[in-house]
Design a binder for this molecule. Structure first.
Ligand code: UDP
Ligand code: MG
Length: 321
């Protein structure tokens, strides 16, 4: 982007950290994050969303807040999932620029300095793209790759590959995100949907400091389904084509059978072809129903209009005189 006049340094910055059972990581996380943030803006907040942790995360956060009044804590009433926790953070964030990041130090805080630099050049969104996926297993890398190519093939928005929730967003982007009312939240998709000029910086994704990843196997699969059904109706529409294709084939085969019967007379055998075609069609119908169900389930989820998260306690900035 041609931009000769730089934006002034940000007046304030918010870092949103969703956390579930990160107590052991927190001291190291704050020790590394705080100096970086203080070098960027003196007005800042570290907005921690405690997503139903059952370890000492809240106690550790409260200790941290004693030392540093810039720490604000939203303590959710139970585990609502990372997407809901992020949504909570986005709604509470006050900064001129906002950076969601994981609390396990997989996202190096130092990258934020470079992101802010790019923001000053005029970009409203700065994505952090991971340089390496080597820390992950082969299967997870491959499935991630398939997911991104499939997702981008069929969905209405382009979701950049290897970019997670670690990114910098301008206030304008945050205000746009706050207008998206859906309950089932696939944040990467919502981030992409709002648009705005963006650029990318790269970072080396470090191994998790301590604890285990909460996203594995089945949970990731559901996350991928969520992503696809949130941003595409192709899986619904594809049945029109499959159905028409099969009807066309059935029609051709009927004509063929009529002609054959007229010429060669009737023959009784045909069990094998009957059973295969009925099994095949039965299978297709079930798959089609399953996909319908997936979307109807989503509609059901939306119409209930339940809140995305519930805050048990909010530890705001200490009140100023
Ligand atoms: N997280 C959360 N709620 C959850 C699961 C995870 O807030 O239900 C947080 C977690 O504490 C971490 C971030 O989301 O700060 C990323 O989670 P994790 O490191 O387990 O995922 P991965 O990095 O393996 O994708
Ligand atoms: Mg992690």
């Amino acid at each position: 982007m041609e931009q000769h006049i730089l934006r002034p340094p940000p007046a304030s910055i918010t870092v949103i950290c969703p956390m579930k059972n990160e107590a052991v990581n927190l001291p190291a996380f704050f020790a590394r994050l705080v100096p970086v943030i203080e070098s960027i803006a003196s007005t800042y907040e570290i907005l921690c969303v405690n997503d139903g942790s059952d370890d000492d995360t809240l106690a550790t956060l409260l200790l941290e807040r004693e030392k540093n009044p810039h720490v604000r804590i939203a303590d959710l009433s139970r585990n609502f999932g990372k997407e809901a926790a992020l949504t909570c953070g986005i709604e509470l964030a006050q900064g001129e620029i906002v950076v969601p990041m994981d609390a396990d130090l997989q996202h190096p805080p130092e990258t934020i300095v470079e992101m802010v630099q790019r923001w000053r050049e005029g970009y409203d969104v700065v994505l952090a793209k991971r340089k390496n996926r080597e820390t992950e297993g082969w299967l997870r890398r491959k499935t991630a790759k398939w997911f991104y190519s499939m997702q981008n093939e069929i969905s209405e928005v382009e979701i950049p590959a290897d970019v997670g929730d670690f990114r910098l967003m301008d206030r304008k982007v945050i205000d746009a995100l706050k207008r998206l009312p859906e309950r089932r939240r696939f944040m990467k998709g919502l981030f992409a949907w709002v648009g705005f000029p963006h650029t990318t910086v790269t970072f080396v994704c470090e191994p998790r400091l301590a604890g285990n990843s909460k996203f594995s196997g089945w949970r990731l699969w559901n996350f991928a389904l969520e992503g696809i059904t949130s941003f595409s109706t192709v899986p619904l529409r594809v049945w029109t084509y499959i159905g028409s294709g099969i009807s066309a084939l059935a029609f051709i085969s009927a004509i063929f059978l009529i002609i054959k019967t007229l010429i060669f007379g009737r023959d009784v055998p045909g069990y094998a072809s009957l059973i295969t075609s009925s099994l095949f069609l039965g299978g297709l119908q079930l798959a089609g129903l399953g996909i319908l169900g997936e979307y109807i389930g989503r509609i059901y989820g939306e119409v209930k209009q339940r809140p995305i998260y519930v805050i048990r306690d909010f530890y705001d900035f200490p009140s100023r005189p």
